[in-house]
Design a protein around this ligand. Sequence first.
Ligand code: NAG
Ligand code: NAG
Ligand code: NAG
Ligand code: NAG
Ligand code: NAG
Ligand code: NAG
Ligand code: NAG
Ligand code: NAG
Ligand code: NAG
Ligand code: NAG
Length: 877
Amino acid sequence: MRFKLFLAISLAAISSTLAQHVFEPALVRKYTESMLSEFHMYTKYAGPAPTALQGGSPQPESTLLAARQAIVSQISDGQIQAAAASSAVASQISDGQIQALASTPVAPVTQGSCDYWMEGITHQGIAAFNPNASNYQVFRNVKDFGARGDGVTDDSNAINRAISSGGRCAPGSCLSTTITPAVVYFPAGVYMVNTSIVDYYYTQMIGNPKCLPTIKAFSTFAARNGTIGLIDGDPYGPDGLLYGSTTIFWRQIRNFIIDMTNIPASSAATGIHWPTAQATSIQNVVFEMNSDNGTQHQGIFIESGSGGFMNDLVFNGGLYGATFGNQQFTMRNMTFNNAVTAINQIWDWGWTYYGITINNCSIGLNMSAGEPDALSVGSMTFFDSTISNTDTFINAGFSRSSLPLAANSIVLENIHLNNVRIAIENGNNATVLEGTPRNSYIAAWAMGHSYTPNGPNNFSGTIPPAPRPAGLIDVSGNYYQRSKPQYEQYSASDFISARDQGATGNGRTDDTTALQQAIYTALAQQKILFVDHGDYLVSSTIYIPPGSRIVGESYSVILSYGSFFNNVDMPKPVVQIGKPGDLGVIEWSDMIVSTQGQQRGAILFEYNINSPTTTPTGVWDVHARIGGFAGSELLLAQCPTTPNTTVTASNLDHECIAAFLTVHITPSAAGIYLENDWVWVADHDVEDEELTQITVYAGRGLLDESTTGPVWLVGTSVEHHVKYEYQFVNTRNVFAGQIQTETAYYQPNPPAPIPFPYVASYYDPQFPQRTVRDGNLTIPAADGWGLRIVDSQTIAIYGAGLYSFFNNYSTTCSDEGSGARCQNRIFSLEGASSYITVYNENTVGTHYMITIDGTDVAYYGDNLNGFIQTIALFKSE
Ligand SMILES: *[C@@H]1O[C@H](CO)[C@@H](O)[C@H](O)[C@H]1NC(C)=O
Ligand SMILES: *[C@@H]1O[C@H](CO)[C@@H](O)[C@H](O)[C@H]1NC(C)=O
Ligand SMILES: *[C@@H]1O[C@H](CO)[C@@H](O)[C@H](O)[C@H]1NC(C)=O
Ligand SMILES: *[C@@H]1O[C@H](CO)[C@@H](O)[C@H](O)[C@H]1NC(C)=O
Ligand SMILES: *[C@@H]1O[C@H](CO)[C@@H](O)[C@H](O)[C@H]1NC(C)=O
Ligand SMILES: *[C@@H]1O[C@H](CO)[C@@H](O)[C@H](O)[C@H]1NC(C)=O
Ligand SMILES: *[C@@H]1O[C@H](CO)[C@@H](O)[C@H](O)[C@H]1NC(C)=O
Ligand SMILES: *[C@@H]1O[C@H](CO)[C@@H](O)[C@H](O)[C@H]1NC(C)=O
Ligand SMILES: *[C@@H]1O[C@H](CO)[C@@H](O)[C@H](O)[C@H]1NC(C)=O
Ligand SMILES: *[C@@H]1O[C@H](CO)[C@@H](O)[C@H](O)[C@H]1NC(C)=O
């Protein structure tokens, strides 16, 4: 996140006109403008042109050709289970119970009906740190709140009650909190709505994935009170968005059909309004929009925020399948049919799209937003996709004279075009790259600044694609992808509850033994462990053996505490995902690993497991959260910022040292697929009304030293650690995209050598210089690395946002035009590294964007892109 980017513009005038029939284009435009004025320093984008929302472009004459070739089928869960179980048996597990594990996997019970286990299990999640924990309801079935789902009744109020009841963090009266989590579950049905569903902070809206519930608008649907969309994740109030779009974390929407077809095509209706930040997702949703000539519908509208992830979405119809504007995002496996413009990209710094299918649209991706001298789309990374029966794949805004010079940086790879007239058109309406038949396959094409490894070169054209090691791709050559399992094929009896096994999750009781036992019991019985929402205190390592499948509830928290994890000279894993030598597969989703109080030796995640390349261990929406939340004991009261004191090793608050290393992928680990995992050291107190900043120290971010790979880092981000965010050492075969980092806001007070001593065995970087001078600027030279790669091969990074906004809590160092002087360097490539590719590296506040073996090779001033700096293509020698 970037702290406190709240809207300042008054929208009182707009709000007063909201109670009209549906949301009018002019209002959408005004909202967009007000948001963009907040982001003006990076976007210089005045919002869509007045005409942009008024009428659709003509559709191309199109005869449907064959649809996209069938996507390579995923490995079935049955196979995963078989592999996991047999490897688990083979591995050496000390606990006696594991010996009892049957070697024959239980075949999943195929439920013919709509029965979904999440509906059928006992609901006993608790919000441990809610003052009313014994009464607070985590799981809410909308039918228990009066929703009918009968296709007739207006369910809007009942659904809103299900979301809001229990004194939750309501927009307008609360900016954020972790103590009022909720799962809002929708059984199968058609839920009619006449006004917006307002989605609260820390809410998981989950539909039955076996029989997707439909949320369907009446023709009289009206967004009211500053809301936009059938579902609004962040309504507008008189002073702008009610939750800060860069501080909305930890929430999901999955398994729905959002049906807007009753709403007249002439009304600018929106499916989901989703200004959002890290650790959020929309998964498995179908958007049904009007596709009549002149339609004004859009499936998703995002105008601001600091990141996120989406997957498995289908958009049918609409003026825009979706409108997206946000700092950076990873989106994969999305299909757009019959929209005028499939994706309307209003601004970004970096965006990673892959597995995208676009069919029968006028334009695939319109990224021409902004004035010719102030383009607002920073960069675009787009690969493994198919565009069919569409006039223009990409409508860009760049031209010979456009500004900023590095704006609209583009990297395309592995793109199939069928019946597409123009592949890329520029801001002068000139065809930059013809479509079919000339280019029916784009192996790789890029435009922007390149360093290969030296530069800058300003180029556009065909490039050699990044090497794709066999282990990272599927049989069709696309990067392997696997969505978060929802275990549709299992029944409630295939799950066991951590709470039923004696773990309390109450935030007070030591649950180490009970939770460990629950993990072993689930494995022995070949069941899936359901960790009911709660905070599970652990005082020694929790071991997850191969074969385990674990799923949390609105991010159940494992919270380490005590002396075992407090020895900086003998760091210990909080959660050990396999032991060295373990073979097999683990699936883990929807949880958080955290620390409580001083934990100088805590390693939150230690991956040792060796999983098959074809069926990797998968970890989805499992986040690290260090400090800043109820129960962490690392809040404003304990860990205030001290920008006015020179912080030294002796005077710093050692009680706020909260982790040694957050994610460690060890040499023995292989076959690790991490998706939408946010690794966060808190920069502010989430429970505090003002979201006041705090100072919490965690030594190292994500260290990958898997000797063989493959490792996939899909939509991950790592923020605010001391020495580095991502570090790759002695590793190979990594796919990463989009990665995102932020340097700790307190640095260089103290600088990165403090408070964690250098440890050679962890390949710590060293920081010999405290500052460097460039002309009259003095620039910190001992801030943590965003990305450090040492002695590694074949790492392909599809989009990297490496940000340094602050210098000792002041942002003047990152202001545009002030010399990008928050820190001197951010990306270091060292030693015997080869086949390293980085597409669209975007930096903030950093003087040199690339450093190779201690030599700076890319100066920020050569790659200006508004508030950010962009290098489209980096390749090592
Ligand atoms: C606790 O929750 C119960 C049930 O929702 C409610 O009746 C009661 O007023 C709450 N107490 C407080 C102190 O919020
Ligand atoms: C929906 O709300 C409108 C007022 O905005 C009202 O006229 C209409 O009757 C409502 N429709 C239903 C089905 O409740
Ligand atoms: C709109 O807000 C007003 C005042 O906050 C409230 O009384 C009213 O119930 C809200 N209406 C809807 C439909 O949410
Ligand atoms: C779509 O509507 C526009 C404006 O109303 C009209 O000019 C155009 O002919 C229509 N196109 C088709 C294909 O009906
Ligand atoms: C892509 O999403 C669709 C649903 O929209 C799903 O059926 C399919 O399995 C997904 N593909 C992959 C590779 O996950
Ligand atoms: C293509 O899109 C247009 C406009 O949305 C629609 O009328 C037409 O039916 C679509 N064609 C096919 C084959 O789906
Ligand atoms: C593309 O987007 C820009 C900016 O929103 C808009 O002005 C333009 O009309 C769009 N192009 C088309 C062909 O829709
Ligand atoms: C590009 O084409 C659009 C639509 O045809 C037109 O409105 C616009 O003025 C053109 N832009 C330039 C620079 O020629
Ligand atoms: C630091 O000093 C400035 C200027 O004296 C003051 O405004 C600010 O509140 C101080 N900050 C803290 C955290 O004490
Ligand atoms: C620093 O140098 C720049 C360019 O050399 C100059 O524009 C600026 O005024 C100088 N600032 C100070 C404080 O001397």
